[in-house]
Write a protein that binds this ligand. Structure first.
Ligand code: NDP
Length: 295
């Protein structure tokens, strides 16, 4: 069994980012990312912190905007409008989920699609569906695809089953993998909570992707021997033996599935590592596109 780890593949993406960054700098452009955080959710604070650190490591311009949990829709729209107009900002990311009283769809719609480096604006989802390379694909699905490409796993003509149909992960990954670009051309099936005979379906997969949000949901019975398994899930479970009393696990029962599959991503240390890397890559490309320096 081969372990597909996120770190070395993320490093490849960062090396590319640095190369593009140097070219941009030489031409007088500095990529800038703004991250907007509403409320005090500790997990969101941690994600925003790591995005900011990574920007700093790469030498990018980064802005963190923190708003209280009772921020109104209008106030949040005003923040986005300001960032849309800010020449120093090429990418805007609003950390999700937002507090319940805020309408996430309206917030995403407010972002200039050319700065929507999270790839969730309908213009970018449309471009993804149209195989238009000027759009931005959502970061987690493009990270999954990049892991397959860098691991030398052929996707063309392969049966891919994705469990989970969120726009953030499952549905967007389906568009990427059925697309005509590198890491695509697969025959994709998307399963969800209404799917019948799930294990029968997932056992047909050459490449199985789990994006469900239920710890250890995918067991040995779901996986064809020799399949490649990508575990997107990040779930915190109680573990009295762990220092913090809890630990992170994926949607796949790693120990059981690792016995039978050809390759698998670990949690933590797998797909999660790729999400921030793809965010940086999207931000740098947003800067290249605006500067007219994109390939
Ligand atoms: P959502 O809750 O938005 O979607 C979960 C999907 O799983 C839904 O489509 C749901 O079906 C499906 N599902 C739920 N129960 C079942 C079931 N019993 N059988 C089959 N399908 C089921 O989650 P996300 O897509 O946002 O995230 C999925 C996982 O990925 C989470 O663990 C999340 O933490 C993780 N994640 C990781 C990231 C990373 O960087 N690695 C980034 C984003 C998410 P239905 O639509 O019918 O409800």
């Amino acid at each position: 069994m081969k372990l597909i780890e996120g770190k070395p593949i993320a490093e490849i993406v960062y090396a590319e980012c640095l190369q593009s960054f140097e070219k941009l700098k030489a031409a007088g452009h500095l990529p800038g990312l703004a991250v907007v955080l509403v409320g005090e959710d500790p997990a969101s604070q941690a994600y925003v912190g790591s995005k900011e650190r990574k920007c700093q490591e790469l030498g990018m311009h980064s802005v963190k905007i923190e708003k209280p949990a009772d921020t109104t829709q209008e106030e949040l729209h005003a923040v986005i409008d300001e960032l849309n107009a800010d020449e120093a900002i090429h990418g805007i990311l609003v950390q999700l989920p937002l507090p319940d009283h805020l309408d996430e769809d309206q917030v995403i719609l407010r972002i200039d699609p050319a700065k929507d480096v999270d790839g969730l604006h309908p213009v970018n989802i449309g471009k993804l569906a149209m195989d238009d390379p000027t759009g931005f694909a959502p970061c987690t699905p493009s990270g999954c695809q990049r892991m397959l490409i860098e691991s030398g796993i052929e996707t063309s003509g392969k049966d891919v089953v994705i469990v989970g149909r969120s726009l953030l992960v499952g549905k967007s990954l389906a568009l990427l993998m059925m697309g005509k670009r590198k890491g695509g051309n697969a025959t994709v099936t998307v399963a969800h909570s209404r799917t019948k005979n799930l294990a029968e379906l997932t056992r047909r997969a050459d490449i199985l992707v789990a994006a469900i949000g239920i710890p250890h949901f995918i067991g040995k019975e779901h996986v064809k021997p020799g399949a490649v398994v990508i575990d997107v899930g990040i779930n915190r479970i109680d573990d009295p033996t762990a220092k913090k009393g809890s630990r992170l696990v994926g949607d796949v029962d790693f120990d059981a599935v690792a016995e039978t599959c050809e390759a698998i991503t670990p949690v933590p240390g797998g797909v999660g590592r790729m999400t921030i890397a793809m965010l940086m890559a999207n931000t740098i490309r947003a800067c290249e596109l605006r500067a007219g320096l994109a390939d």
